[in-house]
Ligand binder design. Structure first.
Ligand code: CA
Length: 222
């Protein structure tokens, strides 16, 4: 299981350092940005699993940052704020923040809130050997490189990777991925499997996707 990544957007370097230590200890990978602009760029480029956002940043107000983030991302955002008024909380949540925590806060409370958000957003990375699949971002990595899959290829892989070694019949795959809407005798499943296998082979993933003749398909379990 790869570590989940948290982007901390905070201009106070003391607070940022403490957060980095606490979050790293808790098993997260931490990225830091010290301004709104660099935070927005990192958010777009690095696809963090969650963002901790300070409200008082040197370039823009944190509220503007939330609003900009929300234009193209559903990443969970927890706001760190010293301004504790009802109006402020309502404003932040209205802009699209998922939660907020009042400074100064206890690290345990912050961690608890982070976990709630990650759980609610279903951020989930599935790993099988050198294959990693991020269910939320719909990204697949194999041997450290992104595997470019079609939506259906992705769905098939994410079905198979949940139970490595289990053999899925064509009918089962047709049922799960196409909700049984494939016509009788259709070879669509086989075509997608062939494409998926070719893409794995391009990255030297030989033998990873197995065909069990007359039965179906599975991902090698080890
Ligand atoms: Ca600040």
């Amino acid at each position: 299981m790869s570590r989940q990544r948290i982007l901390v957007i905070e201009d106070d370097s003391d607070i940022a350092n403490v957060l980095r230590l606490d979050l790293t200890d808790a098993g997260f990978e931490v990225e830091h940005a010290n301004s709104a602009m660099s935070g927005l760029i990192k958010a777009r480029e690095d696809h963090p699993d969650l963002i901790l956002l300070d409200l008082g940043l040197p370039d823009f107000d944190g509220g503007d940052v939330v609003q900009r983030l929300r234009k193209n991302s559903i990443v969970p955002v927890i706001v760190l704020t010293a301004r504790d008024t009802i109006e402020e909380r309502v404003r932040l949540l209205g802009l699209g923040a998922d939660d907020y925590i009042i400074k100064p806060f206890h690290p345990d409370e912050l961690l608890a809130r982070i976990k709630v958000q990650l759980r609610q957003h279903g951020s989930e990375t599935l790993t099988l050997g050198e294959l990693q699949l991020d269910a939320q971002k719909r990204l697949v990595n194999f041997k450290g490189e992104e595997l470019r899959l079609s939506p259906k290829e992705f769905d098939i892989l994410s079905l198979l990777i949940r139970q490595p070694g289990r053999v899925y019949s064509r009918q089962e795959i047709g049922q799960e991925i196409w909700q049984g809407r494939l016509p009788e005798g259709s070879n669509v499943v086989d075509v997608h499997m062939a494409n998926l296998r070719a893409k794995l082979r391009d990255h030297e993933g030989y033998g990873l996707l197995r065909t069990v003749r007359g039965v179906g398909y599975s991902l090698r379990s080890a």
